[in-house]
Design a protein around this ligand. Structure first.
Ligand SMILES: CC(C)(COP(=O)(O)OP(=O)(O)OC[C@H]1O[C@@H](n2cnc3c(N)ncnc32)[C@H](O)[C@@H]1OP(=O)(O)O)[C@@H](O)C(=O)NCCC(=O)NCCS
Length: 175
C-alpha cells in the first residue's frame, strides 16, 4: 500500500534513505530536511512496515522533481520502486504539472519508468538550490532525467518578479 507519509514515518524513512546514502547511491537526509519536506513524501507499507519512500517536490508551474526514492535493500526487485514512481507521476498529474524530473544514478531504472536523459543545463536554476549543501556540488555526477506527461496541458508560465521593498499595499479595514 502506498500512502502519504506522517511524522511517525520519519525515523524509518531516514533509516532507508541513509542506508543507501552510506553506500554513495543517494544523498543523506537529516531529520530536519525530512520533517520540513514531509508533505511531499509517500511511503510503501506492507504488514505495518515501511519498505520504501519517495517525494515529489514542486519546482515551478510546469516542473516537479522525484526525490528521495529509496527501497529497503531486502525488498528491492519486487516492483516497489516502480509503484512509488507511479505514485509521484499520479501526484504530478493531480497537480496539473506537465514535467517530472529526477537527478539520479539509476538511469536504467528511470528509463524503464519512461524518463529520458536531458542536459543538466536545460533545467531551471531553482533545481540546484539544494546543491549548496551537497558535498558533491562542484563535481556533480548525477544524471538528469525527465518525463513529459503529454495528457497534461501546457500552462502559461508566470515569470518570477522580485518584490520591491517598501512597496505599499492597500489595507482593507471594517471602517
Ligand atoms: C532504484 C530503486 C528505487 C529501484 O527499486 P526496486 O523496487 O528495486 O525496483 P522495481 O522492482 O520496482 O523495478 C522496476 C523495474 O526496474 C528494473 N530495475 C530496478 N533497478 C534497476 C537497476 N538498478 N538497473 C536496471 N534496471 C533496474 C527492474 O528490473 C524492473 O524491471 P521490469 O519492470 O522490466 O521487471 C532501488 O533499487 C533503490 O532504492 N536504490 C537505492 C536508492 C536509489 O538509487 N534511489 C534513486 C535515487 S533518485
Amino acid at each position: 500500500m502506498i500512502r502519504n507519509a506522517t511524522v511517525h514515518d520519519v525515523p524509518r524513512i531516514s533509516e532507508i534513505i541513509n542506508s543507501h546514502a552510506e553506500m554513495g547511491r543517494m544523498l543523506f537526509k537529516s531529520y530536519q530536511q525530512l520533517y520540513e519536506g514531509l508533505r511531499d513524501f509517500a511511503v510503501f507499507e506492507e504488514n505495518g512496515k515501511v519498505l520504501g519512500c519517495v517525494a515529489l517536490t514542486i519546482i515551478w508551474a510546469d516542473l516537479a522533481e522525484v526525490r528521495s526514492l529509496a527501497v529497503d535493500r531486502k525488498a528491492q526487485g519486487r516492483g516497489i520502486g516502480r509503484q512509488l514512481v507511479e505514485w509521484a507521476i499520479c501526484e504530478a498529474r493531480r497537480l496539473h504539472i506537465r514535467k517530472v524530473m529526477s537527478l539520479t544514478y539509476e538511469q536504467k531504472f528511470f528509463e524503464k519508468m519512461g524518463f529520458h536523459v536531458v542536459n543538466k543545463d536545460s533545467l531551471p536554476l531553482k533545481v540546484w538550490s539544494d546543491c549548496v549543501a551537497c558535498p558533491k556540488r562542484d563535481d556533480c555526477d548525477e544524471i538528469a532525467m525527465l518525463m513529459t506527461l503529454d495528457d497534461v496541458p501546457e500552462v502559461k508560465m508566470p515569470t518570477a518578479r522580485p518584490v520591491s521593498r517598501g512597496r505599499l499595499f492597500p489595507i482593507i479595514t471594517d471602517d
